[in-house]
Design a protein around this ligand. Sequence first.
Ligand code: NAD
Length: 253
Amino acid sequence: NISFEGKVALVTGAASGLGLAAAKAFAESGASVALADWNENAARAAADELNARGHKAIGIRCNVADDAEVEAMVSRTVETFGRLDAAYNNAGVQNVLAETADTTREDYDRVMGVNLQGVWSCMKFELQHMRKQASGAIVNCSSLGGLVGGAERGIYHAAKHGIHGFTKSAALEYGTRGIRVNAICPGLIWTPMVDQMVTDGQGDALKAMEKSIPMGRVGRPEEIANAVLWLCSDAASYVTGQSISVDGGFVMR
Ligand code: NAD
């Protein structure tokens, strides 16, 4: 069993889906947890629920596409809990489905701003604290979409591909300074983001996708959380600069 007793974890996009599952898992493993999300009420409600169960948590409003808010999020975490041991940069949004010729600058800026610039910004301010401590572990949330192409999803896939560049570069920079940086590539995991895809009329495409998953089923948020915790823990003390797929075997097809 992985223990984060006495340690501090920060999760972005922590009000829903994969972020919420990871925040709960960190708390249940003994960490003090900062739950950051641009949905402030939901982040606070999730933190309140963890505190009511005897864990230590705070909810923070943060739009990861805004550097000043990201800097404040990291400062508030360190001021509240004294340090920062693990960060899961998870916040992400989907692009509007459109073939490349029909994509808009507005959607490009929105999706890149959250999914790629947001990861860069979070890493920048997290690393400023972690290098002072000379310890820490970061996990960035890429995607199966960060490893393969996706028709009508070019902006999302490009952002998720870009995350590997930041992950590997920071892993090189901080390897001798006690800091590890990895990425996770979830396959199809049932979360409100996927519910939204069903609402948007992609239900049939998702069913077809599910049939082609080698393990024959969609994943659960807890299965991503388990991998995030492992990557942030001492059990993964010699793992850095990696992009780990947790996808029921999907990417090898
Ligand atoms: P979700 O929509 O359930 O949750 C995303 C959370 O991020 C929400 O709480 C939302 O409010 C928050 N968020 C969005 N933009 C934000 C911003 N600018 N600043 C702060 N918070 C913001 O989605 P999810 O499925 O849990 O996705 C989490 C991550 O996992 C995303 O990066 C997504 O791309 C990635 N992912 C998901 C799947 C999947 O199948 N669910 C697969 C691969 C990758």
